[in-house]
Design a protein around this ligand. Structure first.
Ligand code: ADP
Ligand code: TYD
Length: 211
């Protein structure tokens, strides 16, 4: 079987990482060869970039941020995603290019044309076969990320943005989802972990079954 490239998107705190872990386990039980990964930080270079520009107190210019996410992605696509898909793996990435469109485009204010050019350059035109968007009201997502911080996790620079920023990001994701209904599935992320897992497994199993 030819591999597949599946991505998870959503604002911070929407539950993507939790669901990605659960889906990867479930698919393995069902006999699929799964490779979970993430952006930024899916490769050794990407992890170093992530630390340098995300986990820092230093002011990072919006343009540097846009290009560093792109650099992380170019490395990820070439050395991890493409080879694994070619080997027949189901690659599931916690975020990909739609995050740049939503965060650097709608969030930071770069034009769609510029953001799309940078995405094209970094991905060489690679698109996910399926994208799940975990949709959650901003206020609930912020409560979740705050409790993650209370539990001891460090906030990165993006976690410190205000509600208005995340509202723009969420609207932008909903717009991409509406524009690309064949690739996107919007999941109501305002439920229990197990309710959402049932829905995620249903969608992905149907997608893999139909391929
Ligand atoms: P993301 O990767 O989208 O930022 P996480 O999976 O890290 O989100 O979840 C953010 C926080 O919310 C974590 O503390 C996690 O334990 C919690 N969480 C995840 N899913 C749910 C859920 N369905 N209901 C309540 N809390 C959740
Ligand atoms: P991370 O801790 O991985 O996010 P999450 O809270 O979803 O687990 O941090 C990644 C941050 O980087 C997150 O705030 C989204 C942001 N980001 C962008 O702004 N642009 C991008 O292209 C990507 C991949 C991520």
């Amino acid at each position: 079987m030819h591999g597949k490239f599946i991505t998870f998107e959503g604002i911070d705190g929407s539950g993507k990482s939790t669901q990605l872990r659960m889906l990867a386990n479930e698919l393995r039980i069902r006999g699929f060869n799964v490779l979970p990964t993430c952006e930024p930080g899916g490769t050794p270079l990407g992890r170093r970039l992530r630390e340098a520009f995300l986990e820092t107190e230093e002011t990072v210019s919006p343009l540097a941020e846009l290009l560093l996410f792109a650099a992380d992605r170019a490395q990820h696509v070439n050395f991890l995603v493409k080879p694994a898909v070619a080997e027949g793996k189901i690659v599931i990435s916690d975020r990909f290019a739609d995050a740049t469109f939503a965060y650097q485009g709608a969030g930071r204010g770069f034009s769609e044309t510029m953001v799309n050019q940078v995405i094209e350059l970094a991905t060489g035109g690679l698109k996910p076969d399926l994208t799940l968007f975990f949709d959650l009201p901003v206020a609930i997502a912020l409560t979740r990320t705050d409790s993650r911080t209370d539990a001891g996790e460090q906030k990165n620079r993006m976690d410190k943005e205000n509600a208005g920023f995340y509202e723009r990001v969420r609207e932008s994701y909903l717009q991409i989802a509406a524009n690309e209904p064949d690739r996107f599935r919007v999941i109501d992320a305002n439920g229990s972990t197990s309710e959402i897992q049932t829905r995620v497994v249903e969608i992905v199993a149907e997608f893999l079954g139909n391929e």
